[in-house]
Ligand binder design. Structure first.
Ligand SMILES: [Fe+2]
Ligand SMILES: [Fe+2]
Length: 165
């Protein structure tokens, strides 16, 4: 990131990372690091990808930061697959409680686990957040056995969609 981009990124994320409840994510373990750090990585990755594709980097960055806004205690009674499916809705509920979200931001949070969830992203920014989450999770060493095959399927679907345009 350039100095200008870092400044711009900090401006976009500021009101979210200043929220006390959001800072609780620093205590939540996610892919071996804190969920706060994971979300920041996804937000940075989304910001950069949106800059490359010249699409709405603000909404993508905000929703990337909010995409996993949930605590482990809220999903502790579910198995891994169910957790994959249910946490986007929990994250959206928390995010809507504290912030005014646009339709695009709501969609990006709710659909970021596609194709685990059958909610297909409606906007380019939602696809970016979902893709950034997978890129970052691979980098962070996500060890789910289902991860690689489903990521492959995800990329395959993106390819099919882009060919059809
Ligand atoms: Fe997630
Ligand atoms: Fe995530």
């Amino acid at each position: 990131m350039t100095k200008f981009q870092k400044h711009e990124f900090d401006d976009i994320v500021q009101n979210i990372i200043n929220l006390k409840e959001y800072n609780n994510l620093k205590k939540e373990i996610h892919h071996g690091i804190s969920r706060y750090d994971h979300s920041m990585h996804v937000a940075r990755c989304s910001y950069k990808l949106c800059k490359v594709f010249k699409i709405d980097y603000k909404e993508a960055t905000r929703s990337a930061l909010l995409h996993d806004f949930f605590t482990n205690s809220e999903v502790k009674d579910y198995n891994a697959i169910k957790r994959y499916r249910i946490h986007p809705q929990i994250a959206l509920n928390h995010s809507s409680k504290y912030f005014n979200l646009t339709e695009k931001e709501k969609d990006a949070i709710l659909t970021h686990m596609f194709p685990w969830t059958l909610t297909i992203p409606k906007y380019k920014e939602s696809w970016i957040v979902s893709l950034a989450d997978k890129i970052v999770s691979i980098k962070e060493g996500c060890n789910s056995k289902l991860f690689m095959p489903l990521t492959t399927l995800f990329l395959f679907i993106i390819n099919i969609i882009s060919i059809q345009k």
